[in-house]
Design a protein around this ligand. Structure first.
Ligand code: FES
Length: 176
């Protein structure tokens, strides 16, 4: 470790890695070095930051900026943002008010209010918020929703992981 102006953490845990995080981290390091910024900006890989559904994610300190869905093609813009006086890359920036994050939160709030939500109703709810069946399956795989047998079919529960992320009751250590 040495003193640097910015510290970039690239999540290379399994879900981000499946979407190319290692390539993002590698290209970021190469391009920073090529531009002579590697002493100014330190890049490290890290474990999951719990935003697995929207990776690859990177976090920039001391700004506290989170970029989501970062691909190799985005690296030039990310590097420009890391220069002294650089402005954040708006299209990659994740905030609580990001349009997609607001839609996700609204969906989870609605689902939590109705749970257990029959699986077909959850899908309809997800669609009404702009998400499809593949997205629902990914949310289940990544532990944001739990699908369990219920009555004659299946129902969906909002997990503690999702509750924690969206600030819903039950997001503490008490479990899903
Ligand atoms: S795998 Fe990157 S945020 Fe979870």
């Amino acid at each position: 470790m040495y003193f640097c102006r910015k510290h970039v953490l690239v999540c290379t845990a399994v879900h981000c890695n499946q979407k190319g995080a290692q390539q993002v981290a590698a290209r970021l390091r190469i391009e920073l070095k090529r531009r002579g910024l590697d002493a100014d900006v330190m890049v490290n890989t890290c474990d999951s930051i719990d935003l697995c559904d929207i990776g690859p994610n990177i976090v920039v300190y001391p700004d506290g900026i989170i970029y989501r869905g970062v691909q190799v093609k985005d690296i030039p813009d990310v590097i420009e943002s890391l220069r002294a006086g650089g402005r954040p890359v708006e299209r990659l920036l994740l905030t609580a008010d990001s349009e997609d994050e607001v839609r996700r939160r609204q969906l989870f709030v609605a689902a939590a209010e109705r749970e257990p939500v029959p699986a077909d109703e959850f899908l309809a709810l997800a669609r009404s918020h702009g998400f499809d069946e593949a997205w629902c399956a990914e949310e289940a795989r990544r532990g944001f929703i739990a699908r369990k047998p219920y009555g004659d079919g299946q129902a969906v529960w909002v997990t503690s992981k999702a509750r924690r992320r969206y600030g819903l009751p039950g997001g503490g250590a008490e479990g899903a």
